[in-house]
Design a protein around this ligand. Structure first.
Ligand SMILES: CC(C)(COP(=O)(O)OP(=O)(O)OC[C@H]1O[C@@H](n2cnc3c(N)ncnc32)[C@H](O)[C@@H]1OP(=O)(O)O)[C@@H](O)C(=O)NCCC(=O)NCCS
Length: 243
């Protein structure tokens, strides 16, 4: 099934959709891609289990590109949380404009994003996507909470957003730490603060998606007791307009 994506189409400026479910048989995938092409769609996302590789022939026929693999990490929220670093302050932000320091941080949050790794996505559109993600989170449109870590001198060191996919589950929307502050416990403190916020809101599960290729992201979640789900490989199909 082809599901048109309104926001993505408006943001990137051409018609985009995703194929659902990503694990459908290859013949059905090919038939959906053919239909999408005839319908004038330009870009199709497909997230597919790692063991269901798409043959080169199909990739070539439909302008397909194999990108990163994403994995959903999950953990129960009961139990102790890691100690925070004393010199860090975690602040909640709401209804404030995007500050320069958060704007600078935005692109590095998407270091392993399929939108950064696909050479056909213009860099400015990728960067703007992450800026908008933070802006809309700050407005409460796509996140319940935005937490920012500040150093002793007030410098912004990192950000995490909390989303609520269902009443029992809290999800981390995005998390990122400035390059200079990485490897010093800031990411761990932000995720712990996000978990505390989820629990205060009644959640019993925490989730976060990252990429298999993101060693730092995976190490962060695994160090906090998250368990990985089944990874899915992202594909972008760049369809040629049909006459
Ligand atoms: C992922 C990220 C948020 C981690 O933040 P951080 O402040 O560096 O993480 P911490 O210092 O709290 O480290 C947390 C754990 O991960 C481990 N870790 C951190 N960076 C690592 C790396 N590059 N390689 C391996 N392990 C790493 C730490 O050793 C620590 O484990 P421990 O508690 O068992 O010692 C940071 O690297 C980042 O902003 N990356 C770019 C954005 C990104 O990828 N975000 C995640 C998208 S899902």
């Amino acid at each position: 099934m082809i599901v048109p994506l309104e926001w993505d189409s408006a943001h990137f400026g051409f018609p985009i959709a995703r194929v659902e479910p990503g694990n459908l048989p290859l013949t059905d995938l090919e038939s959906d891609l053919g239909e999408a092409s005839r319908a004038g769609l330009r870009l199709i996302y497909c997230l597919r289990p790692l063991d269901q590789t798409i043959p080169e022939k199909t990739l070539v026929r439909f302008g397909g590109r194999t990108l990163t693999a994403s994995v959903l990490y999950r953990k129960g929220l009961e139990g102790d949380r890691k100690e925070r670093r004393d010199e860090l302050t975690i602040e909640t932000l709401r209804d404030v404009p995007l500050s320069d320091d958060l704007r600078r941080l935005a692109p590095s949050i998407g270091l392993y994003s399929r939108f950064r790794l696909d050479p056909d996505i213009p860099k400015e559109a990728f960067v703007r996507m992450y800026e908008i993600w933070i802006e809309r989170s700050l407005k409460g449109e796509i996140a319940e909470q935005v937490l920012v870590a500040r150093g002793a001198d007030g410098t912004t060191l990192g950000i995490v957003t909390v989303v609520r996919p269902d009443p029992q589950t809290g999800r981390i929307g995005l998390v990122g730490v400035t390059e200079a502050a990485r490897g010093q416990g800031v990411g761990g403190a932000l995720v712990a603060a996000a978990e505390a916020a989820m629990e205060a809101g009644g959640a019993i599960w925490a989730e976060v998606a990252t990429q298999l290729e993101n060693d730092a992201g995976r190490a962060l979640y695994e160090s906090l007791g998250y368990e990985p789900g089944t990874p899915e490989r992202a594909h972008h199909f760049w369809l040629e307009p049909t006459q």
